[in-house]
Design a binder for this molecule. Structure first.
Ligand code: PRE
Length: 395
């Protein structure tokens, strides 16, 4: 049997088309080479006829198929010699597959976030990639750099909150780094007032947290009349309360932070608005291929020429094509803060040049989006697509 099969031995990992089989029979060794297979890791194929598709045998690993040319029937190689050979093959290292690099469930993906374990950003990273390895970073910029330097695969960073508004620092960093927005995560943020075990909220004289968390709990904190002290993130606030051991100091942070740092929850859901949502961006080194299989958003940043109604015209490129805008943000253009508007020294200086960040509801695969951005280029001095990504919703 082996002798028959030995007439053609080539490598494969998937079934081939009829055309592929003809190629195999005519020039099998060259094709095997072209397909980048190695003999020692290969499957064994025997071609029953030049016109017959090759199918893998289910119970062999790696999948093996053998067929005899003379009879035209596909037959398994079952002699002992062959079994020995297969056993040895199993000891050899397995080749990497495309799935090893981007597993669908997010396992093995390393995701940077700003803050300590227990921060809301960590929860957002886990929502984005449920089985990921989260990597805490002290500052937003460290998370950007970690992706750029291949220390992690992705970064998940807050961009806006439904009560507190935009996180401006991340708008600025988006422009100064070359990462792409590959997704977004909307997270319900429920703030808790935390204290040392046994402490009561009436005892608190000061409270620590992130400035955004304070902004989202304005009414509760004002009614308590306690001093607010900013920290880099809410989980750090919880850790500081735990490590200083001061009964009169509390933290605004998550229930998970209370658990991690051994604090009591003195009050729950202390945010002003029950529906307190923070939107996070997922950043990667490469953009994703825009699709049309589900609702997509696109984020762009641009600057405009000087002149009356230019911003109106810029926004009209979307309105004219029925494209809905979900966010507009303007940031000072720091590299060009001062501009003389006429040639004489007496002309007035212009201190406020802006960058406009816009999110709109359309995929870059949609011709309406492509035409809108082509049109926008007529007024924009600078335009960059920051990313096109599937829209996230709160279940
Ligand atoms: O302090 C945290 O836990 C964070 O993850 C930061 C942050 C923010 O930057 O807005 C994230 C979500 C909440 O809106 C509050 C704070």
């Amino acid at each position: 049997m082996a002798a028959k099969a030995a007439s053609i031995w080539v490598c494969a990992k998937t079934p081939y088309s009829h055309q592929g089989v003809s190629d195999l029979s005519s020039n099998h060794s060259e094709l095997a080479l072209n397909l980048n297979f190695r003999k020692w890791e290969c499957s064994c194929l025997a071609v029953a006829s030049a016109q017959r598709a090759i199918t893998p045998v289910e119970d062999e690993k790696p999948s093996l198929t053998c067929a005899a040319e003379s009879s035209g029937a596909m037959e398994r190689i079952e002699d002992n010699k062959s079994r020995e050979f297969h056993k040895d093959l199993n000891l050899l290292p397995k080749p990497l597959t495309a799935n090893d690099f981007s597993p669908r469930d997010g396992s093995k993906v390393r995701v940077a976030y700003q803050g300590l374990p227990g921060a809301y950003s960590e929860a957002a990273a886990v929502k984005a990639y449920p089985k990921c390895e989260t990597v805490p970073c002290d500052q937003f910029e460290a998370a950007f750099k970690a992706v750029e330097l291949w220390l992690v695969d992705k970064a998940v960073l807050p961009i806006e909150n439904s009560v507190g508004g935009s996180i401006h620092r991340n708008y600025d960093l988006l422009l100064h780094h070359r990462l792409h927005i590959v997704g977004e995560v909307q997270l319900q943020v429920n703030h808790c007032l935390l204290g040392l075990p046994g402490a009561r909220k009436e005892e608190l004289k000061r409270v620590l947290s992130h400035y955004q968390a304070f902004a989202q709990c304005e009414m509760t904190l004002s009614s308590l009349g306690i001093i607010r002290i900013n920290t880099d993130d809410s989980a750090l606030a919880a850790q500081m309360v735990a490590s200083t051991g001061l009964r009169d100091t509390g933290a605004v942070a998550s229930a998970r932070a209370a658990n991690i740092y051994g604090l009591d929850i003195l009050a729950e859901k202390i945010q002003d608005d029950d529906d307190n949502i923070t939107r996070f961006l997922i950043l990667g080194r490469e953009p994703i291929i825009p699709g049309s299989d589900r609702p997509y958003k696109t984020s762009v940043v641009f600057t405009l020429e000087e002149g009356p109604g230019v911003l109106f015209k810029a926004l009209a490129v979307f309105a004219l094509r029925g494209i809905n805008l979900t966010k507009i943000e303007s940031r000072p253009q720091k590299q060009r803060p001062l501009r003389i508007v006429d040639d004489s020294n007496e002309g007035s200086a212009k201190y406020f040049d802006y960058l406009f960040y816009i999110d709109f509801e359309a995929s870059m695969a949609d011709p309406r989006a492509q035409y809108a951005l082509e049109h926008l280029k007529e007024f924009a001095r600078f335009l960059r697509v920051l990313g096109c990504y599937p829209k996230d919703t709160i279940p």
